[in-house]
Ligand binder design. Sequence first.
Ligand SMILES: Cc1cc2nc3c(=O)[nH]c(=O)nc-3n(C[C@H](O)[C@H](O)[C@H](O)COP(=O)(O)O)c2cc1C
Length: 220
Amino acid sequence: MKILYIFAHPEPRSFNSAMKEAALRTLDEQGHEVKLSDLFAMDFKPVLDRRDFLQPKRTDVFNPFMEQMHASKKGTFSKDIMDEMEKVTWVDILIFQFPIYFTGFPAMIKGWIDRVFAAGFAFNPATGSMYEAGLLRGKKAMLVMTAGADEALYSKGGAHGDINELLRYITHCTLGYTGLEVLPSYIVFGAGKMSEERVRSEISSYIERLRSLAQYAQKN
Ligand SMILES: Cc1cc2nc3c(=O)[nH]c(=O)nc-3n(C[C@H](O)[C@H](O)[C@H](O)COP(=O)(O)O)c2cc1C
């Protein structure tokens, strides 16, 4: 399968980076074609603004949605966005890996989505192109996340509540909105302070999950 691995962690020696390295090795061993968007390493600009549009439709007033529609039609996004869109067009599965910040995306991933899943490219309300009719239909996505909190806190009845319900704004309202079919999330809880032994065992479990990605993707 063709996989885009979208990764956001600012520290190469972090647990997240160790997971990413293991993932790239494993996916390669499994014969997948993988492209990596390592957003901090790329110094990716995570904020949607006027600079995203090389030939704006209007220069007197900035309307981000209208400019995205216009740039999608004309192919006039800035190069960093066009490069990411090309990868998204190529892909079968997008894997997003990141540490959970305030029970959601860190800004880097949110910004990638704001800019790359642009109106007219990933969805189009004007033509009803959303959810099952979203412009990314036929492709899949999976979230891989680490959480500082223990699983009990993110369970039904726990202080935060059920993580999968809390993340529905991502899995359903964001990824699902563009037509992506979302695979079950992979979450490492209690990732803030881990022994070396636990790090090794978590990496092994993640490798196992990735080894069965193809079967998983077919089943779901
Ligand atoms: C700004 C910020 C917000 C965070 N918010 C949460 C949170 O809402 N829930 C949680 O479980 N952990 C939260 N954490 C903890 C991180 O998710 C945790 O440190 C990370 O997953 C550990 O992975 P790492 O060692 O690769 O950095 C937060 C950390 C930071 C810096």
